[in-house]
Design a protein around this ligand. Structure first.
Ligand SMILES: [Ca+2]
Ligand SMILES: [Ca+2]
Length: 451
């Protein structure tokens, strides 16, 4: 009993919450080239209850030179939202927080069909670049998260406009209001962009120089790990068929080699997975890792791919594929929500850690040798499914290389607090999984430090 009192006293004085908020999201997409952008948007629609989606901007379609013409395809975004509109009445039976289809239509904007640094500057404002400015300026305590599925030209234009038309202080404030996750520097203007705006909070997800491009963190969405979860058979039974008009719109063919299936790619999905409030992800800390991958600050001041170890591999994309079973099952359940009644579908568990519900990560300080007790008692499942508890030490996330001996008992995990190196901490990921169909998991991250 004494131990319990001691523990709650610590909780009362020392919790640090750095996650757990519904995030704002603005997407720019090169939709109209590789159909994987449509795939990523279809998946995003069934997560429209988890974000405030403030913009979906159609930027120059395809990769540079891919289509042989300069074009934007906002109608492809609208088509997906119309399919969402058809399943929306069913989705709200599962969560009333799903965004209204008309609100989503209103934030579809058109960017520049031309791309590159020559299209940034005087006279190159677009509906899309102006919308980025408007949303970043919007009064909100939360930052605006920008997921760049394609080129960055409209984003660069927005930044150019603010830098050249506002005072240095106003520009600085504007920059501090946004976070960017960029897939692969598609317009090849990143070096110029970051040179012009060195204070940007920027993740450039891209395999490092000299590495195979397929090693990149974001590629873990479809490469490495158990690729059977991306097969045509899996996609047919969970997304494409018998799941309503939104699933039917999911493109069935794209380029996935060396993944042999050629169906699910979704190369851009990690750019919004990263910001998803799921109890695991911590948007302000790219080095913590999560569904969108793990990144480290480089000597140039932005974030680039970090190596993660999983199974026998140490490779950046493992930072994403290590969660594939969880994120595919989660997708499958949400696709069921498009057509099924509440009692016919599965819903994820609700995690309680040491009496605290929510999705915030917990930071707890202990002295060397203290008995640490973590307890998931009180966790529940809305479908009354049986639950199981997994406690994982995410070594890379805390820069912690030792092994600690954790004792498990029911909902509890206990261990002795070790001596930590300066600048390191122990990240424990609690995963609570249900025995529903498909099996769903929910997470909490606990960060332990020496005091
Ligand atoms: Ca794309
Ligand atoms: Ca459940």
């Amino acid at each position: 009993m004494q131990k319990v009192i001691f523990f709650f006293a610590i909780l009362f004085f020392l919790p640090v919450y750095t996650s757990g908020q519904k995030q704002r999201l603005l997407v720019t997409t090169d939709i109209g080239g590789d159909p994987d952008d449509q795939q990523s948007l279809v998946r995003l629609m069934v997560y429209a209850n988890e974000f405030d989606i403030e913009g979906i901007i159609s930027s120059a379609a395809g990769t540079p030179g891919e289509l042989g013409r300069e074009i934007v395809r906002p109608e492809l975004i609208v088509e997906i939202i119309h399919a969402y509109e058809k399943v929306y009445p069913n989705l709200i039976k599962h969560d009333k927080n799903y965004a209204s289809p008309s609100d989503l239509i209103e934030v579809v904007k058109t960017g520049n069909p031309y791309r590159g640094w020559n299209y940034v500057g005087e006279g190159h404002d677009t509906e899309g670049s102006e919308w980025i400015i408007k949303m970043a300026d919007r009064q909100d305590d939360r930052l605006l998260n920008i997921s760049v599925f394609g080129g960055q030209t409209d984003l660069a234009q927005a930044l150019w406009n603010v830098k050249n038309n506002r005072t240095p202080e106003e520009y600085k404030r504007f920059i501090s209001r946004i976070r960017i996750y960029d897939i692969n520097d598609q317009d090849k203007i990143f070096d110029l962009l970051i040179a012009d705006h060195p204070d940007l909070w920027y993740i450039l997800a891209k395999a490092p120089e000299g590495h195979d491009k397929r090693e990149g963190a974001y590629r873990g969405i479809y490469l490495g790990g158990n690729e059977d979860l991306t097969s045509m058979e899996w996609m047919r039974s969970n997304v494409l068929e018998n799941h309503g008009p939104l699933g039917e719109l999911y493109p069935r063919k794209t380029w996935t080699a060396p993944n042999p299936h050629g169906v699910m790619k979704e190369g851009d999905t990690p750019s919004w997975f990263y910001f998803l409030n799921n109890g695991l992800n911590v948007p302000e800390h790219p080095e913590f890792g999560g569904w969108g991958g793990r990144f480290q600050k480089n000597d140039k001041g932005y974030f680039s791919d970090a190596i993660d170890s999983f199974g026998n591999e140490a490779i950046a994309r493992a930072g994403v594929y290590r969660w594939r079973e969880d994120f595919q099952n989660d997708f499958a359940a949400r696709m069921d929500w498009c057509v099924g009644e509440y009692n016919e579908c599965n819903h994820p568990p609700v995690v309680v850690i040491n009496g605290i519900e929510g999705r915030e990560n917990l930071t707890l300080d202990f002295r060397v040798g203290d008995n640490v007790t973590l307890d998931a008692a009180g966790s529940s499942d809305p479908d009354k499914n049986e639950l199981s508890y997994e406690w994982m030490v995410y070594k890379e996330a805390g820069n912690f290389s030792e092994t600690i001996e954790i004792k498990f008992s029911g909902t509890m995990a206990t261990f002795l607090m070790p001596q930590l190196e300066p600048d390191s901490s122990i990240h424990i990921i609690l995963k609570v999984s249900d025995k529903g169909m498909p099996g769903l998991s929910a997470y909490r991250r606990i960060i332990l430090r020496n005091c």
